[in-house]
Design a protein around this ligand. Structure first.
Ligand code: PEP
Ligand code: MN
Length: 338
């Protein structure tokens, strides 16, 4: 942490900063410039102390962190890219992993029709929400355990691993039984008690970016998932809230490049929730792969007009097939396969 003193700060004020640093067990290095003094506060765990403890002291101009607030998710901690193996499907490897399926599981028939299409065109993981985090309590909340049973049945029929969202910490036991990847939705990215419990598992967890979270906040939330020992974390960019209202969320393509630079964790992209409209999903999906994403999470429904949730943004099966074919040369152009 760098504490910059005001021009003309007194020796007493500088000593105050040094004493505060020592009180936390940190070392200091003083840089006595001609115009102002800069105090470097050194220690492996300066991240635990808020910058305000120095900012409030008299004579202090500014306080800047040098270390990132996240550690376990950072490349400094783990220089090589992590791969997460989900029942034989490697996420973060050379192959692009497409996870696809309905927003919510509605019936066995719906799930089977989707699974056939997903498998036929090279999708590797089946998605389907059993518990839906809805903005209104009066909206369809998902079929719960019945949906998990359907996912499990279809999984054993097709051999596709499944991803489904957890919305309540009390459902962890249930999730372990049924989900190959536990999805933490955007609205729960900072549900720290949930993240802490999931960090005790060995189960793969997909962490979506919060609606208005910075990349740093997202990676720091990933640290929560890893702090208890779980190393099987996958990030998912799903668009953020901006002033733009022609799409549901603005898909932040730059986060893919940033995450790849600062973190070792695999990152996949959900173009469906970003676009909010099936018309735009293919463009966003292609852009994500071109930008270096490790995979996609796409909403597909056999009859989007009848979907109970997110029909407008769900691809029908022909549109999904077309997109999968179009993605292949893009993946190859960036040295990946599908
Ligand atoms: C979902 O994937 O169905 C979902 C609710 O997504 P998000 O958490 O990104 O809104
Ligand atoms: Mn959805």
């Amino acid at each position: 942490m760098i504490v910059e003193m005001k021009r003309g700060a007194s020796q007493e004020q500088i000593d105050g900063v040094v004493e505060r640093a020592h009180s936390f067990g940190f070392d200091v290095q003083l840089n006595l410039g001609t115009e102002k003094v800069v105090v470097a506060v050194l220690g492996s765990d300066t991240g635990k102390v808020h910058t305000d403890v120095f900012a409030v002291l008299p004579g202090v101009q500014s306080v800047t962190r040098v270390m990132k607030p996240y550690k376990l998710a950072s490349r400094e901690f783990h220089p090589r890219p992590s791969k997460v193996n989900v029942s034989g499907v490697e996420i973060g490897g050379q192959r692009i992993v497409v996870m696809a399926g309905p927003c919510a599981v509605e019936s066995e028939q719906q799930l089977i029709e989707t699974a056939v299409a997903v498998q036929e065109c090279g999708g590797l993981i089946l998605r389907g929400g059993a518990f839906k985090p809805r903005t209104s309590p009066f909206s369809f909340q998902g079929l719960g355990k019945d949906a998990l049973e359907m996912l499990s049945k279809v999984k054993s029929e097709f051999g596709l691993p499944v991803i489904t969202e957890i919305v309540d910490v009390h459902d962890i036991e249930l999730m372990i039984e049924y989900a190959d990847i536990i999805q933490v939705g955007a609205r729960n990215m900072q549900n720290f008690s949930l993240l802490k419990e999931l960090s005790k598992l060995k189960h793969p967890v997909l962490l979506k970016r919060g609606l208005s979270a910075t990349v740093t906040e997202w990676l720091t939330a990933a640290d929560y998932l890893m702090a208890g020992g779980n190393r099987r974390v996958i990030l998912c960019e799903r668009g953020i809230r901006t002033y733009e209202d022609s799409v549901r969320f603005s898909m932040d393509i730059s986060s893919i490049a940033v995450v790849k630079n600062v973190s070792h964790l695999p990152i996949i992209v959900d173009p469906s929730h970003a676009a909010g409209n099936a018309l735009y999903v293919p463009s966003l999906a292609k852009a994500a792969i071109a930008a270096g994403a490790d995979g996609l999470l796409i909403e597909v429904h056999p009859d989007p007009a009848q979907a109970l949730v997110d029909g407008l943004q769900s691809l029908n099966i022909p549109a999904f097939k077309k997109l999968m074919a179009e993605l292949k040369p893009i993946a190859e152009a960036v040295g990946r396969s599908m």
